[in-house]
Design a protein around this ligand. Structure first.
Ligand code: PHE
Length: 347
């Protein structure tokens, strides 16, 4: 394809330089850039290429497209000014290396990239991404999730509370400590079945090598008839294989959360030893995050009849799964948010 592109580019440039009038330049434009033009056809084949090839060839096709456009613009201008052939061919050598200072194009932050990848994976199996407030009432973050009034998460040392009038029913205002705050909001929309993916910023009073005060979580919630643990397990396995690789497995272990019953901690097999146990992971398994079957009390808070409906939920850290993904090793999570260009440029 690279060779084909160079041929197209050379062919286009020589045709443009030879064009005698505006009618001819227009014909050349259609031949290469028109709806069925040679470049347009190539652009259409890009989605069929493998993930590795796509970015490189994509930018090459675009580069050639720009060169043809620029050459045409110059030729049209010259023809209008009655000038002859004076386009400098060497100016358009696509193989010429560019200097670092010429490279102005940035890219998405790696957390944004991870969020997009996670969203795409869950879209495939029917989850819809939603967004709920980051500045939230205590009621959605805690009370509706079955947290008792004296639960430690409700302490000033754990959660950021906001100085705002306390609501009689919904309590104080806070920064969402987890994406689970979206669960009852989603239920209260009154539409069943639910297949929600809530990805958002979350905030906790923490800052060390593996914690930042602001981080991201992605939360899945499924509610409908006959939703069972096996559905949760299937979803976990699907995500783990899609995101981490076909060779990885997931398992669930009993745990405790206020808003799920039973509750689980989800583990995945270590990327290095694939579950056998090694120096890095010891036991062969790495902890991913929490999950469980939605507690009947939470369904009731969401105006859903727990006798008729059931559901599962899971909530994991975006930064955490990113770090765990094969090949990405970050010693200090805080570097993600310190605007360190040398670090960020690598991804
Ligand atoms: N909200 C929990 C946390 O932040 C994770 C969780 C989500 C657990 C959904 C169970 C179900 O740790």
């Amino acid at each position: 394809m690279e060779e084909k592109l160079i041929t197209i580019k050379n062919n286009a440039i020589s045709l443009i330089l030879e064009a005698k009038n505006l009618k001819e330049t227009e014909e050349i434009r259609i031949q290469f850039l028109g709806r069925n033009g040679e470049i347009t056809q190539l652009l259409k084949t890009l989605p069929k290429l493998s993930k590795n090839e796509r970015p490189k060839l994509g930018s090459l096709v675009n580069e050639v497209k720009n060169i043809i456009e620029d050459t045409l613009t110059i030729r049209v201008r010259d023809l209008k000014n009655n000038k002859s052939n004076n386009v400098n061919l060497s100016k358009f050598d696509i193989t010429e290396p560019i200097t670092e200072s010429d490279r102005k194009l940035g890219h998405l932050h790696l957390v944004t990239q991870a969020i997009r990848e996670i969203t795409a994976i869950f879209n495939e199996i029917g989850f819809t991404r939603v967004r709920y407030p980051e500045i939230e009432w205590d009621w959605y973050a805690f009370t509706s999730l079955n947290f008792p009034t004296n639960h430690p998460a409700r302490d000033d040392w754990e959660t950021f509370f906001i100085e705002a009038p306390v609501d009689e029913k919904k309590g104080p205002v806070l920064l969402t400590p987890h994406t689970s705050s979206g669960q009852v909001r989603e239920m209260k929309k009154g539409k069943l079945p639910i297949k929600m993916l809530n990805i958002a910023k979350t905030y906790r009073r923490q800052s060390d090598v593996s914690h930042t005060p602001m981080f991201h979580q992605f939360e899945g919630l499924v509610v409908g008839e006959n939703i069972a643990i096996s559905d949760l397990k299937g979803t976990l396995n699907y995500f783990v294989k899609s995101y981490f690789g076909e060779n990885r497995k997931s398992r669930i272990r009993p745990y405790h959360f206020q808003f799920t019953e039973p509750s689980f901690e989800v583990d995945i097999t270590c990327g290095v030893c694939l579950g056998k146990g090694c120096r890095l992971c010891k036991e062969g398994w790495l902890e991913l995050g929490g999950a469980g079957m939605v507690h009947p009390a939470v369904l009731k808070f969401g105006n859903i009849d727990p006798e008729k409906y059931s559901g599962f939920a899971f909530g994991w850290g975006v930064e955490r799964v990113l770090m765990m993904k094969e090949g990405i090793k970050i010693d200090d999570l805080r570097i993600l948010y310190s605007n360190d260009m040398d670090f960020l440029k690598q991804f």
